[in-house]
Design a protein around this ligand. Structure first.
Ligand code: ASP
Length: 451
């Protein structure tokens, strides 16, 4: 049995949904299908989820939301017409959207999540309807009926453990199940969404709950590449990656899979196959618990911008018991997650994602560190990017660091921070944001172009 997930571009038009359905029909093991909301048909297009967000925002501030709502209904209407589905399904979708808007709500976040979920929910109804019109036994399954329960963190939900047992019962259901991605329900019965791009997470949860043989994640690229095709021309494709490698690359900006996707399948060792809806004969990339290394120690290189570093200096810091805990406690109390904490004898730097540090929080944190920890200096440095070089083959291989630093030096790139975990599966470099593309290119050339 396989769980398949189809992303936004695979659901963007009638033509794309026809491809999705022929992929489903071509393999009887594809029994559970997770769909995203219709995404972009072309570069300047708008995703249905973004239209829904804009509609909800307008509604919340009493601005005319009707034109956006009509655009959303129009998108579904066009798809339905293209698939030859008749008016009824479009009327159902229209009613579904109006019901979401008109039902009472007690907080803007709840209303927003209820609206955001409409893209996936109606895409799933429409896909099931099309499959049935083609004589295929398919049914839409609502996440509440299936028992997908999430924490009540609106827009940022996490799966609750009891969901896995509930979802396992889908195994006994007949036909093909079309399951909307991106949302579930809180225990009090409210719609709650995962972070953006979260349909990947739904697919992974289902794959884990059903203990399937493989989780197929269909997108619009043939495979994962060793570096972003936006930065490197024709980068090499990757046929196999481990969970750890994919996780590290996703963390540093590989956007093929949502960063949180792998957690449920990782626990159960279920492989993930990234595949292309537009080229289903391509085998794609397999993400597995372990792999044979193919001679190249590095599996991929990725970079992400938007970090900052709080640099703390205190003479004799190394002798002060509990110093690190006190710094982290201040961050905890301000609800700011930290990413990394490289340190020297008398220095600690805390690397954070800048988006978590608004001006108020920043001032409070800096003041508290200065006062409560009586440090000699504390400053904040913006313009920090992280470049990660990832590969299981780097473990216990001599000379990787020297090859990377030499390549960076030859490109005139200053390294502000280096971090390597004990697993040796990745090395991370802190550099200026302006240098990221250059760094990725030169590391790519070092490991993938010189045979
Ligand atoms: N439709 C949602 C988004 O655009 C979730 C997804 O596509 O995975 O973020």
């Amino acid at each position: 049995m396989k769980v398949c997930k189809f992303g936004g571009t695979s659901m963007a038009s009638g033509e794309q949904i026809r491809k999705v359905c022929s992929i489903i029909a071509s393999d009887p093991e594809r029994r559970v299908v997770v769909v995203s909301a219709p995404g972009k048909r072309f570069d300047s297009d708008t995703k249905v989820t973004d239209l829904l967000i804009s509609c909800a925002e307008k509604y919340l501030v009493n601005v005319d939301y009707k034109p956006v709502l009509d655009e959303i209904i129009g998108r579904f209407g066009e798809i339905a017409a293209d698939l030859g589905l008749g008016r009824q399904i479009v009327t159902d979708i229209e009613n579904n959207l109006y019901t979401r808007i008109s039902l009472p709500y007690d907080s803007p976040e709840k209303f927003m999540d209820r609206m955001k979920a409409a893209g996936e929910d109606n895409a799933a109804r429409l896909t099931a309807c099309y499959l049935r019109s083609q004589g295929i036994n398919a049914q839409y399954l609502n996440p509440k009926d299936a028992g997908l329960f999430l924490s009540d963190e609106y827009g940022n939900a996490r799966v609750l453990p009891q969901s896995f047992k509930n979802l396992a019962k889908i195994k006994n259901m007949e036909g093909i199940i079309i399951f909307p991605g991106f949302f579930g329900y809180s225990l009090s019965g409210e719609v709650v969404t995962f972070p953006r791009g979260g349909s990947d997470i739904t697919g992974s949860i289902l794959a884990a709950a059903l203990e399937v043989d493989v989780y197929e994640n269909f997108t619009d690229v043939d495979s994962v590449f060793v570096a972003s095709p936006k930065i490197v021309e024709n980068p090499k494709p990757i046929s196999e990656l481990t969970y750890r490698e994919m996780r590290e690359l996703a963390y540093a900006g590989f956007s093929v899979l949502h960063e949180e996707t792998l957690e449920p399948v990782y626990q159960r060792g279920i492989p993930v196959n990234i595949r292309n809806t537009n080229n289903p004969s391509s085998p794609g990339t397999m993400i597995t618990p372990a792999r044979k290394t193919n001679g190249c120690p590095v599996a991929g290189v990725a970079g992400d911008k938007g970090f900052c570093s709080i640099n703390i200096h205190k003479y004799m810091m190394n002798r002060e018991i509990g110093f690190g805990r006190k710094v982290l406690q201040i961050l905890e109390e301000e609800f700011v997650p930290f990413e990394h904490m490289p340190s020297g004898i008398d220095d600690i730097s805390i690397i954070l994602r800048r988006k978590y540090l608004d001006d108020d929080r920043k001032s409070r944190i800096m003041e508290r560190i200065a006062k409560e920890l009586r440090v000699d200096s504390v400053s904040i440095e913006y313009d920090l990017a992280l470049v990660m070089v990832v590969g299981e083959g780097m473990n216990r291989t001599v000379g990787i660091m020297s090859r990377i630093t030499k390549a960076l030096a030859q490109s005139g790139i200053n390294i502000r921070m280096v971090n390597q975990g004990s697993s040796e599966v990745s090395i991370m470099f802190g550099i200026s944001e302006a240098d990221v593309e250059k760094a990725i290119k030169c590391i790519y050339e070092e490991f993938f172009c010189l045979a």
